[in-house]
Design a protein around this ligand. Structure first.
Ligand code: URP
Ligand code: ZN
Ligand code: ZN
Length: 470
């Protein structure tokens, strides 16, 4: 199947021009002005943007967490992603305590089997490391295309690791060219604060934020930066939410250290006051790190503008408010942590980043597609529009209006963080490797079309060769 997309405004991280894009055998094979080639299908894209399919490096689909399981499985989560212009994501495999990485990976791949709507890779979240066992196994993962290790410095008593494990994983990453990702919070201090709050009868959702002050994020971010520098591994700090965490990242990058950071859509829009909503509605905003004081929102816009933070992800970790979040009705620490958002990133960042004049279209593409692809070993197959790249293309109508709502979104969650927000600009047609995924507001491809992608090692490019089935 070949497709000729005519007259669209091609936006990459570096370019902005009107041209024709010819797609053959899943890849972009020609780009030019007024291409004169035969195609099975011609798409008129005049007046539309052609964006690379967005890449979301931070999602949690079908994941056991907080005494329940995230409500979006691979099919519903990836369908939501496709409607939001995301054509590739990297999900977290969480090593069950005592299990091998191979067993964990097999379990996650089985959950995805036959359900994949977009392409995907996996990070490995290490929870339990044993010398002479899983430590050696960890070193073999990058050769299987799992080229990032994740460590949680919080969630004590569940998936938190100690500093020894953190440091040993960093040493392995330094040897295997993997990227270390950290959830940076001081888990021990937070655990003390949570217990003290509960003992004082402080049970409402707002105490989720009040027991996780920004300094606990800043301290852990700095600790991870210093340790990774000693170990010699690259580091990626996930879901940065506040000035206390931005500042050590900025310092390290100014010093030329191999440190990278992301924030997530919600931290630009949701502040602490949302947690105070009455009738337990505040529980919808219980995710970690928590919504911060509004002053942090400008800090984050500035950080993504100046490349202190290089990626905007979603941290999509969706639960039902009614039935899952309500598990914590009498105890905020039992509210499963996480929120939906996989479908809303491009809409929100285009509206309030680009249209509001905070970032350029090129920078939006860089933050949502190109940088995540580069950092996570997917570039240039993913994350750009170029000859030889996978034909993952979003035909984006910059003038069509769209209202965000859980009722029309494709996540199974029963609420949306951005409910009722009107945006101008929305994906009109989404291609995955030249296959039409979304058109006329319908999912037109069948689940199973998405593939597992073996990612390149940190700093390497992902060159030719077909993605292998999951
Ligand atoms: O609250 C969140 N962010 N849930 C997902 C797990 C994590 O910490 O990223
Ligand atoms: Zn986290
Ligand atoms: Zn997360």
């Amino acid at each position: 199947m070949s497709i000729l997309i005519k007259g669209g405004r091609v936006i990459t991280a570096a370019d902005d021009y009107v041209g024709d894009v010819f797609v053959e055998d899943e890849r972009i094979s020609l780009i030019g002005e007024s291409l004169d080639v035969e195609a099975d299908r011609v798409i008129d894209a005049r007046g539309k943007y052609l964006l690379p399919g967005c890449v979301d490096p931070h999602t949690h689909l079908d994941m056991p967490f907080g005494g329940t399981v995230t409500i979006d499985d691979v099919e519903s989560g990836q369908t939501a992603a496709a409607f939001g212009g995301t054509t590739c994501h990297v999900d977290f495999v969480i090593q069950p305590k005592g299990a091998t990485f191979t067993a964990a990976l097999d379990e996650w791949k089985a959950k995805a089997d036959g359900k994949q709507v977009i392409d995907m890779g996996y990070h490995m979240a290490v929870t339990d490391l044993k010398e002479g066992g899983t430590l050696e196994e960890l070193a073999s993962l990058p050769d299987q295309g799992i080229t990032s290790y994740k460590l949680f410095m919080a969630y004590k008593g569940a998936i938190m690791v100690d500093d020894e494990t953190l440091f040993r994983v960093m040493q392995v990453a330094a040897q295997t060219d993997a990227l270390v990702m950290v959830h940076a919070e001081h888990g021990d201090a937070i655990d003390v604060l949570v217990k003290q709050a509960l003992a004082e009868g402080k049970t409402e959702p707002k105490y989720h934020a009040l027991t996780r002050p920004p300094e606990t994020e800043g301290e852990a971010t700095n600790r991870a930066i210093q340790l990774s520098h000693v170990a010699g591994s690259p580091l990626y700090v996930v879901h940065v939410s506040c000035r206390e965490s931005v500042e050590p990242i900025a310092r390290a990058r100014e010093a030329g250290w191999n440190i990278h950071g992301e924030t997530c859509t919600q931290y630009f829009f949701i502040d602490y006051s949302y947690l105070e909503k009455p009738d337990f509605e505040g529980a919808k905003y219980v995710y970690t790190p928590p919504p911060r004081d509004k002053a942090n929102q400008d800090v984050l816009w500035n950080a993504v503008r100046t490349d202190t933070l290089s990626v905007i992800s979603t941290d999509h970790c969706a639960f039902l408010w009614d039935g899952q979040k309500t598990m914590g009705k009498d105890d905020f620490s039992k509210i499963p942590n996480g929120g939906p958002g996989l479908e809303n990133r491009l809409h929100m960042i285009h509206e309030f980043g680009v249209r509001a004049g905070r970032i350029s279209l090129n920078r939006m593409v860089e933050l949502l597609a190109t940088n995540p692809a580069k950092l996570f070993g997917l570039y240039p197959r993913k994350g750009t529009i170029a000859v030889g790249s996978d034909a993952d293309i979003v035909v984006f109508d910059p003038s069509r209006k769209h209202t965000i709502s859980a009722k029309t979104d494709h996540s199974r969650s029963d609420y949306n963080l951005y409910e009722g927000i009107d945006v101008t600009g929305t994906p009109e047609l989404v291609l995955l490797r030249g296959n039409v995924l979304v058109e006329n507001d319908e999912l037109v491809a069948s689940p199973g079309i998405g593939r597992f992608v073996r990612r390149a090692k940190f700093g390497e490019e992902l060159k030719g060769g077909a993605a292998v089935p999951a």
